[in-house]
Design a protein around this ligand. Structure first.
Ligand SMILES: [Zn+2]
Length: 531
């Protein structure tokens, strides 16, 4: 059966025949979308879209009918759509507006309007003392409660408030001299695939869901890297056709699961990124240490839906790293350094892009800022530089900071060029001595200025440091998992002292490097005098 017909039929059954039996409902609910060749963007669990965000519904199957954990239903709707107040473990009040509210009996499944005569019901079952509500709560009860249409897309198992056909795709474009990114924000869970014809330079994005065109301007979208040729809405799928320009050397994609965002990268030959740009075959160029520091690349760890570690009070690592990074940037600029940050706001930047940004901007040193976490009791600061030794036992910290890559690998399963990786790793080994010198300065200065326990300099195979064409370190400024250090991490004063300590150590490193280079520079002169 055509999926669209199927979808209409499901809704018809649920709306026209509220007395439909569980068996009848079950027959029309798709549990398995036929396996296709395209990538699965996300597992096809049930979800509801509220304000363009996918809210998951914890689903169980009971006699082949989906039931949703009521707390996940309430969590998805509250507080944007309905405010839920649990009066006791089996009764809830649902507030729609100041005038309109309902009483919900979680034992009988009866939902009754407080000051009106609307009475609705859905089946509630209890498992391990937790209530689950039947599928048709969304399609029969909720439209009456909200006085609003609720749609269901059977291809993606997603509920929508409002008419499905009104759901638009959103997009963002970013273009820099080295690369451009087109972000497509799917309004619902969707499966997609990308096809690239290298001869005609046509790229097609095929999304297995119907989404309306973002806006009229989308079709006229054109820049140095690509132009949109067509946006086709066909039954159960959407196709975006674009042409890439001669400036583009590589096209790659990454999928951000939590936000259902597909990002398509268009790289120019000037953008060399060892981890994503394997087609470019860019070889590392070892640039000898200039013996001084002009430009510092600051990498605030994590960002966007990658929150990093979360402290006992709920403080997120991504916010702390960005705050310290800004303070460090300001301090360094005041001291005459040039600064580039790998992110300037709360956005997700893949680890490999951070390396790419650093290399493209030709930095002299790279400082990645993080906050540590441990399940055991731990406190203090530690600074890492790269080790290429593969170790059997990987510490919690290293596993955690590298974790993001696994996500990216799944999203972008392109074949990696092993030789290229080895060459890039070798490039970083050239800087290991410098990196270790920088790490030592940071540990010493941090201990003096912040009073945080010195856990020392460590070496580890940290992904963000691999492929870096300059000395680089990763600083774990304190343990966000430790209640007292979490409390300090949010303090402006502590953040500034940490930034000052890192800036001081960069000054010291610069001074040591300049001293080290001096005799070499003076050699010809000395030789000349002795003659
Ligand atoms: Zn981190």
């Amino acid at each position: 059966m055509d999926v669209l017909k199927k979808f209409v039929l499901v809704i018809t059954i649920l709306l026209i025949a509220p007395c439909a039996t569980a068996q009848e409902i079950a027959q029309e609910i798709p549990r398995n979308v036929s396996p296709a060749e395209e990538e699965t963007a996300s597992p096809l669990d049930f979800s509801i879209i509220i304000n363009s965000r996918v809210r998951p519904l914890t689903t169980i199957m009971e006699n082949t009918v989906p039931y949703f954990l009521l707390s996940s239903v309430f969590k998805s709707l509250s507080p944007n759509v309905i405010t839920v107040n649990m009066t006791d473990s089996t009764h809830a009040e649902l507030f729609i507006s100041e005038e309109e509210s309902f009483n919900f009996d979680l034992k009988s499944g009866v939902i009754k309007e407080k000051e009106g005569d609307k009475t609705l019901s859905s089946d509630v079952i209890w498992k391990e003392n937790k209530p689950y509500i039947r599928f048709d709560f969304f399609t029969r009860a909720l439209p009456v409660i909200l006085n609003k249409e609720v749609s269901f897309d059977a291809t993606t198992n997603t509920f929508f408030l409002g008419k499905h056909a009104e759901i638009r795709l959103n997009y963002k474009v970013k273009a820099t001299p080295q690369y451009a990114v087109l972000s497509l924000l799917f309004p619902a869970k969707a499966r997609y695939r990308m096809e690239e014809n290298k001869e005609t330079r046509i790229v097609r994005i095929i999304i297995n869901s119907q989404f309306r065109k973002p806006d009229a301007n989308f079709l006229t979208l054109s820049n140095d890297y690509f132009s949109i040729l067509d946006y086709k809405l066909e039954p159960s799928r959407t196709t975006i056709i674009m042409k890439i320009t001669d400036k583009v050397k590589t096209v790659s994609k990454a999928f951000d699961r939590n936000f259902n965002r597909l990002r398509i990268y268009f790289y120019s030959p000037e953008f060399y990124n060892p981890l994503t740009d394997t087609l470019n075959q860019a070889l590392p160029i070892y640039k000898p240490t200039s013996g001084t520091v002009h430009k510092v690349i600051i990498d605030p760890g994590h960002g966007g839906d990658d929150e990093g570690a979360i402290g006992p009070k709920g403080i997120m690592e991504k916010d702390i790293t960005l705050a310290i990074a800004y303070k460090l940037a300001t301090t360094l600029k005041e001291r005459g350094y040039e600064v580039v940050m790998t992110r300037y706001s709360d956005v997700f930047v893949p680890l490999s892009d951070r390396t790419g940004i650093a290399n493209t901007n030709n930095g002299d040193i790279f400082i990645s800022i993080h906050a540590n976490a441990s399940t055991r009791k731990a406190s203090g600061a530690e600074t890492y530089y790269l080790s290429l030794k593969g170790t059997q036992t990987v510490s919690d910290t290293v596993a955690f900071e590298n974790r993001q890559l696994n996500k990216e690998k799944k999203a972008n399963a392109s074949k990696k060029n092993d030789l290229l990786f080895i060459l890039w790793d070798m490039a970083q080994t050239e800087y290991l001595k410098d990196s270790s010198l920088l790490a030592e300065q940071i540990q010493n200065a941090m201990n003096t200025l912040t009073g945080i326990r010195n856990r020392g300099v460590k070496q580890a195979n940290l992904v963000v440091l691999r492929g870096l064409n300059m000395p680089g370190v990763l600083v774990e400024v304190a343990f966000i998992s430790d209640p007292s250090e979490e409390a300090r991490l949010v303090q402006d004063g502590f953040q500034q002292r940490t930034a000052t300590a890192i800036a001081d150590s960069i000054d010291r490193y610069k001074q040591l490097q300049e001293e080290r280079m001096k005799p070499a520079l003076n050699t010809p002169t000395t030789a000349g005098t002795s003659q």
